[in-house]
Design a protein around this ligand. Structure first.
Ligand code: SAM
Length: 190
């Protein structure tokens, strides 16, 4: 059982694009209550359940508490925009590197669509600073955003960082919501 229906969005994207592989190390930004981390744990084999496959790792980060999950390590009460979180993550990651960064982060909705959009883009840009530091060359990133006038700014930055950037709207995401995901692959290290 998944902790949240959002799991199905990641499952759908990963079934199509094969982002999560056994042995990979994953950073899950905005991980509470932990459904994406559950999917990641299964797909990278971070519990070591499949003994014939390489064993991966999953680190989840959130402002909120997250109930413990076998195969994952959680940094709770942490702000992704805080440089001290970036430093802590670098210490915890195997060889200070991640294969994939996932972000399903969302700020508390203000009810003002434009303000929510701006706040989420700002958080995503900060998450990209983190990606610059810890993502391995060739790595991938999945990032939720709410569509709006700054989306192209986020896309531009992603296009500088990655060889392949596309927009994905999973079927499991409500049609009427402005929610979209960027899938960025083949990270080019500077
Ligand atoms: N993917 C998660 C799952 O499947 O369980 C659901 C994530 S939920 C839609 C968005 C999360 O982003 C919230 O738990 C929220 O606390 C977190 N968040 C918002 N701003 C954050 C920040 N600055 N740093 C870390 N987490 C943040």
């Amino acid at each position: 059982d998944y902790r949240c229906r959002s799991a199905f969005k990641l499952i759908e994207m990963d079934d199509k694009y094969r982002i999560l592989k056994p042995g990979f190390s994953i950073v899950d930004c905005g991980a509470a209550p932990g459904a994406w981390s559950q999917v990641a744990v299964q797909r990278v084999n971070s519990t070591g359940e499949s003994t014939e496959l390489p064993k991966g790792s999953v680190i989840g980060i959130d402002l909120l508490r997250i109930a413990p999950l076998d195969g994952a390590q959680f940094l709770c009460s942490r702000d992704i925009t805080d440089p001290s979180t970036h430093m802590e993550l670098e210490r915890l990651l195997p060889e200070a590197q991640a294969d994939v960064i996932l972000s399903d982060m969302a700020p508390n909705a203000s009810g003002l669509r434009e303000l929510d959009h701006e706040n989420l883009v700002t958080m995503c840009l900060s998450m990209l600073d983190l990606a610059e530091r810890v993502l391995r060359t060739g790595g991938s990133l999945v990032c939720k955003y709410w569509d709006g006038y700054l989306a192209h700014k986020l896309q531009q930055r992603l296009s500088l960082m990655f060889k392949d950037v596309r927009t994905v709207k999973p079927k499991a995401s409500r049609k009427e919501s402005a929610e979209l995901y960027f899938l960025a692959r083949m990270f080019k290290k500077r």
